[in-house]
Design a protein around this ligand. Structure first.
Ligand SMILES: [Zn+2]
Length: 469
């Protein structure tokens, strides 16, 4: 409070102290002291603005950022430049809210390897900077985390220690049927759930870590394992809801999906393989249940023009060996595998069209950073949005899914929209993604918490996909 009192004094003898106070404080009392806050207030003018809520874009917008918040949003000319504030001309650009990836696996992938041996502070932070580089403000790791590290990093990022990193949300250790838990996969850290007591104990441990979304697997993996039984996922759901947590599930089978909807599941982390009338009716009875699609895996085999030649964003962030490996894998796909890939994609796409037409809440979760090593961290956000449009959603719907809806799904009240009061996290694009969703890749600049991310510095440190630190 003493700084605030100081800042109200007439400018004069104590000027350096006033500047320091102005940088540190966010308050209306300080905001009126334009000499103090001038460096932290910026008017962005002239861009086409897509606000994130599906409203008609403002063709020539203006918005004011004070420190880390949007304070006013409107048309160019309607918002005056506050005395002493900076002005940035965005004429010809398009602004969207920073994107949100609601399903990822953070810290595993590193060059040609992917596994728990790579799960270090350095590698997790590297991934969170890759998300930021791609315009992603927050990423939810889905059940592959372990130890104290994810919670420490989550809290450090939240408190501002790494201002250029995307926010890190962690589901901690997931809850899996015992057959899923093996040392060589991303369930190695999962709780093996054999009894309802196991389920409740695990959920309570996660609640103590302030986890908000619990991840579980309910899938027999094509009949190769015993799926988690309904009484066990029922116990997970019941305990999580008692703890004010939500549950995300890996379940792609139609029968499992119906059972989970009836039991009150909150989030499907993957698209369900088949959709029928009964499933659509169950979604109508559970309108708060969300579906993340994770289409990269199913579609990459049959459609990945961005790898040959590699898109500039891929060249800038992925090692040449990783690019080469994916190209070889795709080139080596056998005709029967391609035919099967096309058939399963058509099935998924027709199901997505049905759910979308029925108004089911669809967010964006990419499964980026996953085990195969081909789900390039950050980049998958952009291919996922393209895949969603290819499945039959409009670019406008996909942009809402990737911003406001995904923020809601993750409980991130301050993200997902360019609107007064929200955190100033946004992406400046060179072209309009409503015309062509792949324009989301034409990134001019990224702002997180009101500050521009130094993408050139990150890019230089990666030096064509190498390490950032
Ligand atoms: Zn996953």
């Amino acid at each position: 409070m003493t700084e605030r009192t100081d800042s109200r004094r007439p400018a004069g003898a104590n000027a350096p102290a006033l500047l320091i106070a102005g940088c540190l404080l966010v308050s209306t009392a300080v905001a009126t002291q334009t000499r103090v806050t001038s460096a932290s207030v910026t008017l962005f003018e002239g861009a086409r603005l897509i606000a994130g809520d599906g409203s008609t874009p403002i063709e020539r917008s203006a918005f004011l950022v004070d420190n880390n918040r949007f304070t006013r949003v409107g048309r160019a000319g309607a918002i005056e430049l506050p005395a002493g504030a900076a002005r940035i001309d965005l004429t010809g650009k398009t602004v969207i809210p920073a994107l949100i990836d609601a399903h990822s696996h953070i810290g595993y992938m590193k060059d040609l390897t992917s596994g728990p041996q790579n799960y270090t502070r350095e590698n997790i932070l590297d991934h969170l900077h890759r998300f930021a580089y791609h315009g992603v403000a927050a990423s939810q790791a889905m059940g592959s985390d372990f130890g104290d590290l994810p919670y420490q990093l989550r809290d450090e990022i939240q408190s501002g220690t790494y201002p250029e990193a995307a926010r890190f949300l962690s589901a901690g250790r997931g809850l899996a049927p015992p057959d899923e838990v093996r040392p060589d996969n991303m369930r190695h850290s999962a709780y093996a759930i054999r009894t309802e007591a196991d389920a409740r104990r695990a959920v309570r441990e996660l609640a103590a870590r302030k986890v908000t979304i619990v991840k579980t697997w309910v899938d027999d993996r094509g009949g190769s394992i015993r799926a988690l039984a309904p009484n066990l996922y029922g116990a997970i759901l019941d305990e999580a809801h008692k703890q004010n947590m939500r549950v995300a599930v890996h379940a792609t089978g139609l029968a499992d999906a119906k059972g989970l909807l009836q039991a009150g599941i909150d989030i499907f982390a993957h698209m369900i393989a088949d959709v029928d009338d009964e499933l659509v009716a169950l979604f109508a009875q559970h309108p708060r249940t969300s579906v993340l699609l994770a289409l990269g895996g199913p579609r990459r085999t049959i459609y990945a023009p961005w790898i040959d030649p590699p898109h500039p964003l891929v060249v800038e962030t992925v090692s040449p060996k990783q690019i080469e490996r994916l190209r070889n894998r795709l080139a080596g796909a056998r005709p029967d595998a391609l035919a099967q890939g096309r058939a399963s994609w058509e099935r998924l796409a027709s199901g997505i069209r049905r759910l979308n037409a029925a108004g089911v809440r669809i967010g964006v979760g990419t499964d980026g950073g996953g085990q195969t090593g081909d789900q390039f961290v950050g980049w998958t956000m952009h291919t996922e949005m393209e895949n969603m449009v290819a499945a039959g959603m409009t670019p406008a719907q996909v942009l809402v899914a990737a911003t406001r809806t995904s923020a809601e799904i993750l409980g991130l009240d301050e993200l997902g929209m360019v609107a007064a009061g929200k955190s100033a996290d946004f992406v400046v694009l060179d072209a309009n993604p409503l015309d062509d969703i792949t324009n989301s890749r034409k990134i001019a600049s990224v702002y997180l918490r009101g500050k521009q991310v130094d993408r050139a510095r990150l890019r230089a440190a990666w030096d064509g996909g190498g390490r950032a630190n």
